[in-house]
Design a binder for this molecule. Structure first.
Ligand code: DLL
Length: 433
């Protein structure tokens, strides 16, 4: 076992004791240094000394993305600027960005999370790791970079874009591991095909470290089929660290959360009650070690579940379900609740369509219009109307069966929908608000 992985196997009672001890340091620290937290605790009538057991965490107030925006840039920062080593910010499409100042210790914890994920995937110092996540304010590039370096891998920081050159370098340098969004990998695969490069035959690629956006099991299988690599899932968010909050082991259908750093809870997003392990709801994280911008009970909006039972790999850290959706991604179409991931799963049941699609919503005076544009694979694409109509009917039937709706299905030519170098945007909602 790589020594980096040792904490993953910590006995559960030791882990719970450690979490409580860390929380009993964190909560008074946050109360002392972050005025918003102190004010909310006072309004609730809860004091740091009320945290006696782990269950007492539920007495403390939540934090939300709007708090980060409202308190931008330094309102939630607990450490003095002399201790701050790094900023990561993300700008939403509307309003103020969020800003997360971090200490050197915070960056080290984040690095540890990524390195432990990679070690769990079977990546070693013999691997050549290409980081095609964006570098800069986005945490993907630097997070994967530091994690791979900590493992001792040889790292190639390409960032996103310049796809043909990325493929050339991948081939020439003997890259074994690619880190990028799953949607960018699909784009890489299409460009490689056009360049006459077959990942299996012409490269040494074995591992993909994919995350930053929801992706279904069906997309994962497609990726593995077309490239012959193992597609690993890595989860994280800027507010808590970046990538490396959780990752999947070869045995679990879900992701081990590095609970010694990031304490997870699942809540009912309506009642805000903590739900027992095994029930689905909204993921909430508390950063147990972070001192630059600590987060207590941060509501992620990501929907998941903490699984019960022990993973066969022997890791004691709880497993969360893969994040298939965010509560704020849910679309209500003709009164039906639909997640884009459900549409993706329906599309991927039809082998003739490619994993490139767009959901478009608009409204007339009287009704909503719902259209799905999806690319046909280059193998199946033809100019015979009858052949295309057969595929279109199959897609429509798959969506009707699972989602219960009958959108307009438009089949488009391979390569005609926009590609993304980072997180893909698959929904255009132009309905009246
Ligand atoms: O996306 C950090 C990251 C970079 C994770 C690279 C993994 C790989 P943000 O830009 O703050 O940070 O976006 C965080 O992205 O709340 C989820 O909704 C989504 N997300 C991240 N990883 C996954 C994943 C980075 N593996 C938001 N599966 C999160 C599904 C994911 N959704």
């Amino acid at each position: 076992m790589n020594p980096i992985s040792k904490p993953d196997f910590m006995p559960v009672d030791e882990l719970r004791k450690m979490q409580l001890a860390k929380l009993q340091e964190l909560i008074p620290y946050e109360y002392e240094h972050v005025a918003l937290f102190r004010r909310r605790c006072d309004e609730k009538g809860v004091k740091p000394r009320d945290l006696v057991t782990l269950a007492d965490l539920a007495k403390f107030p939540f934090m939300k993305k709007t708090d980060l925006r409202d308190e931008y840039p330094y309102g939630l920062t607990a450490a003095p600027i002399s201790e701050i080593n790094r900023f990561h910010c993300s700008s939403g499409t509307t309003g103020k960005p969020i800003c997360i100042p971090q200490t050197a210790g915070d960056v080290a914890i984040w690095t540890d999370g990524v390195a432990r994920c990679m070690a769990m995937y079977g990546i070693t110092r013999d691997d050549v790791v290409q980081v095609s996540y964006g570098y800069g304010l986005f945490t993907g590039g630097l997070g994967a970079h530091y994690g791979a370096e900590k493992l001792g891998c040889a790292v190639l920081p390409t960032s996103a874009g310049n796809t043909e050159k990325q493929i050339m370098l991948m081939k020439d340098l003997g890259v074994t591991t690619i880190c990028c969004t799953p949607s960018y990998f699909l784009h890489l695969a299409t460009v490689a095909e056009k360049m006459g490069i077959d990942f299996r035959r012409d490269t040494k690629l074995k591992h993909g470290v994919f995350g930053a956006e929801p992706w279904t099991d069906e997309i994962r299988s497609r990726i593995e089929q077309i490239s012959g690599i193992i597609a690993h899932d890595i989860y994280g968010l800027t507010e808590i660290a970046g990538p490396g909050v959780a990752g999947n082991c070869p045995h679990c259908h879900g992701l081990h959360v590095w609970e010694d750093h990031f304490y997870p809870e699942i809540i009912d997003p309506d009642t805000l009650e903590v739900l027992p392990d095994g029930e689905e709801g909204e993921l909430v994280f508390t950063t147990l070690d972070r001192r630059g911008t600590p987060m207590v009970r941060y509501r992620t909006r990501d929907l998941s579940r903490l699984q019960t039972g022990q993973c066969p790999c022997g890791r004691t850290m709880r497993v969360m379900d893969r994040v298939h959706a965010r509560s704020d991604d849910m679309l209500i179409i003709h009164g039906v609740n639909v997640f884009p991931s459900q549409i993706e799963a329906c599309l991927m049941k039809v082998p003739e369509v490619a994993p490139h699609y767009m959901i478009e919503l608009s409204s007339t005076d009287t009704m909503d219009r719902f259209e799905i544009k999806v690319e046909v694979t280059s193998g199946a694409f033809s100019d015979t109307i009858a052949a295309m109509e057969t595929i279109r009917k199959r897609v429509a039937a798959s969506i009707k069966e699972i989602v219960g709706l009958s959108p307009k299905i438009t089949l488009v030519a391979p390569g005609s929908l926009p590609r993304s170098e980072g997180k893909i945007k698959r929904v255009i909602d132009n309905r009246r608000k």
